[in-house]
Design a protein around this ligand. Structure first.
Ligand SMILES: CC(C)(COP(=O)(O)OP(=O)(O)OC[C@H]1O[C@@H](n2cnc3c(N)ncnc32)[C@H](O)[C@@H]1OP(=O)(O)O)[C@@H](O)C(=O)NCCC(=O)NCCS
Length: 179
């Protein structure tokens, strides 16, 4: 299966997922440090076969998502390692606002990769005509909150309206993009 590079940054490539990514993807989504912050349906991904099924569903859904929604893999150029995932999806309940999500293999935390990949995806989404993007994080998810702030997102409040759990909400608009 071929994958199309979507975006390149200084150290990373952001591209479509493939079912061949299952093993590396399990290092991300199967890691306890990541899974604890994920939605309940992703927390059950504990083996390669389950991960492959999830990836197959993502690959199939990708062309039918409302642009610029999508899910992408993040690859580190220096060694070709698949280190993370990024997604843009519509936020409930009105499905008007897009939410940026990012996950990294814990072995790749602490190098600014989520910030670098997120910044590129935010820039790309704005080029598609999106006027604002949101990120939501549980109040104790300090790393996610720090990454949102590093991306230049501003805190807009706390809500339970999205996923029936208390979340901090961040937003970025084109004028707020950093260098
Ligand atoms: C959220 C998550 C992706 C953040 O990963 P991360 O590596 O901390 O994020 P960043 O890319 O912003 O990296 C920042 C860290 O890299 C360091 N860093 C090194 N080089 C850097 C660079 N060039 N640019 C920016 N930061 C850099 C920063 O100092 C910071 O270090 P610190 O954590 O020791 O303070 C990761 O913790 C994760 O996968 N969490 C679980 C899933 C999750 O909660 N996702 C969010 C849902 S909203």
């Amino acid at each position: 299966m071929t994958t199309t590079p979507v975006l390149r940054t200084e150290r990373l490539t952001i591209r479509d997922w493939s079912t061949d990514d299952a093993e590396a993807a399990l290092g991300i989504y199967g890691a306890q440090e990541v899974a604890r912050w994920l939605t309940p349906e992703m927390r059950v991904v504990t083996d390669v076969e389950a991960m492959r099924s999830v990836l197959a569903a993502w690959v199939e859904a990708q062309p039918n998502l409302v642009p610029p929604a999508g899910r992408w893999a993040v690859v580190r150029e220096s060694d070709g390692a698949l280190i993370g995932g990024l997604s843009l999806r519509l936020l409930p309940p009105f499905e008007e606002d897009f939410e940026l999500n990012w996950q990294l293999d814990p072995r790749a935390w602490g190098h600014g990769y989520a910030t670098e990949a997120g910044r590129a995806l935010v820039g790309w989404a704005f080029e598609q005509g999106v006027e604002e993007l949101f990120a939501v994080a549980r109040p104790k998810n300090a790393r996610a909150i720090a990454t949102a702030r590093r991306l230049g997102m501003e805190w807009v409040g706390e809500t339970e309206k999205y996923y029936n759990t208390r979340l901090q909400v961040f937003r970025i608009r084109p004028s707020q993009r950093g260098a």
